[in-house]
Design a protein. Structure first.
Length: 191
């Protein structure tokens, strides 16, 4: 694709580049152009999910947060933005949207319980599926081991439940098994 003409692409074409192009540099360029073209919330979410440029993702997340994002879009901010303040703000909004207060779920206690379960049966960690029989991803395990998170999952789905319960671990929700296992070892204090 001729990158000299990328500024002439429609937002739809730019979003298509973000979702399907294997050229990371071109995806980032398309994201920059798209961000400057009054993108919709969905298009901002594409920038979050497909651009590797951390600064661009944070800028898109800030714009998205100010545009009355859906719960799913708030989950994108939690999962893809590196700006801790922005993630915390998005997490508070998401918790409020699902009717959960900070007192309802203790993230540190929950992640330790999740980590212990995962490390006890590492063959039951499956980061490719929220739930698959007795196998679960990180967010899925949070739903399995906590009744409050289970209720959120029934009402809002696994991704939203995971983001509400484990907002500081949402960036791992689309990682591979090895990455998550290493993080869970850190949670329980293994080297």
């Amino acid at each position: 694709m001729d990158t000299n003409n990328i500024e002439k692409k429609t937002n739809s074409e730019l979003a298509h580049i973000l979702g399907w192009c294997s050229d990371e540099k071109l995806r980032n360029e398309a994201g920059k152009v798209l961000k400057g073209n009054s993108p919709t919330n969905s298009e901002l979410a594409h920038i979050l999910g497909w651009c590797s440029d951390e600064k661009l993702r944070n800028e898109a997340g800030k714009v998205l947060k100010g545009n009355s994002p859906t719960n799913s879009e708030l989950a994108h901010i939690l999962g893809w933005c590196s700006d801790e303040k922005l993630r915390n703000e998005a997490g508070k909004v998401l918790k409020g949207n699902v009717g959960i207060s900070d007192d309802d779920i203790n993230e540190q206690e929950l992640i330790k319980k999740v980590a212990e379960n995962i490390l006890l049966t590492p063959n039951r960690l499956d980061m490719g599926n929220w739930h698959c029989g007795t196998n679960h991803c990180l967010a899925g395990w949070a739903c399995v081991v906590d009744d409050t998170v289970q209720k959120i999952e029934r009402d809002h789905g696994t991704e939203i439940a995971g983001c509400v319960a484990l907002p500081n671990y949402a960036h791992l929700f689309f990682s591979d098994n090895d990455t998550v296992l290493k993080e869970m070892e850190k949670v329980v204090g293994l080297p």
